[in-house]
Ligand binder design. Sequence first.
Ligand code: COA
Length: 339
Amino acid sequence: MGLRILGTGSALPARRVTNEELSGFLDTSDEWISQRTGIRARRVCTTETLDDLATQASRRALESAGVDASELGAVICTTTSPDHVMPAEASVVQGSIGASCPSFDLAAACAGFVFALDVADGIFARGRARRVLVVSAERCTRYLDWTDRATCVLFGDGAAAAVLGAEGEGLLSLRLSTQPDTGALDLPGIPGSSPFDKTVRGPQLFSMRGREIFKFGVTSIEREVRALAADAGMEVADIDHFVFHQANGRILDSAATRLGIDASRVVRTLAETGNLSSACIPHALDHLVRSGGLTAGQTVAIVGFGAGLSVGSCLIRWEEGAAGTGPALPHAAAKAPLT
Ligand code: COA
């Protein structure tokens, strides 16, 4: 499949909220959250908008790719928490970075980034563009129930982006699936004010069945990594890096154990961010790139999972000339607060 990641970038809001701070207004503790999830703190939007974060992450990805916004043939934003339902978040980003190409949003919850890679691959295959920007931007904290300790401690806000190029053979395998279950993770849409609406709705807040999602995450990661390796004619042990959805550190540990790989080979960014929904995967990938952890020729197995229940996974071979194989940008710059 002809696709190469040319550059990555991310942006987090300035405000850091620790577990201790949450325990000031919730019946919880740093000990419980750290031990059960591996999360110590998260970044929360205060004065920043999601437009700001998405634009900043996109600019950083373009800079690291050495691509000008005018070269983009499409901008795809994956989000379930946009600043606007209309226009698309992608259209706002497109205007801010100065691109003039089709732009649209894609909603596949936490698996969104991999779904967007598949869409970009199709755009390249049809010769519609040679450069596509995928930006995953989430302001999860806007829809959380801040009285529910079982959910609100898990999430944060952030954005991360990747500039994709049509040349290369960097995508070795990609798999998408959706197993219908609308109640396991649920966020109702805008209630509106239609005088004809007789449906009964609960509050417009996020809810989930946590234990089920935990098991779904672990089994999905194991199944997907084994399938990706088989598709590529490789052994799991031969894959160099593992970038999984950052929902819970214990999910990452259990998946690593089942796969028989050392947990240190699984990229782990959630301690300081919490779950960033679709932005988790590109943010973790950006972290890996900017920390100098990726070299040309290495392989990365990626698995995202979440509401739907959807799963997107892919195996990437990092190619010469992709971001990170040239001079690295300082990692701290990528995580610099927006303010
Ligand atoms: N602080 C303190 N106690 C908490 C708590 C918190 N923040 N959240 C839940 N608890 C309590 C529960 O009320 C329960 O108390 P009880 O035994 O008195 O009833 C106890 O801790 C155990 O709850 P349980 O839900 O069994 O804990 P868990 O070990 O399964 O961890 C999650 C809960 C949500 C952290 C875990 O199931 C998880 O991460 N699931 C996946 C969620 C996910 O990935 N969501 C997004 C997918 S995109």
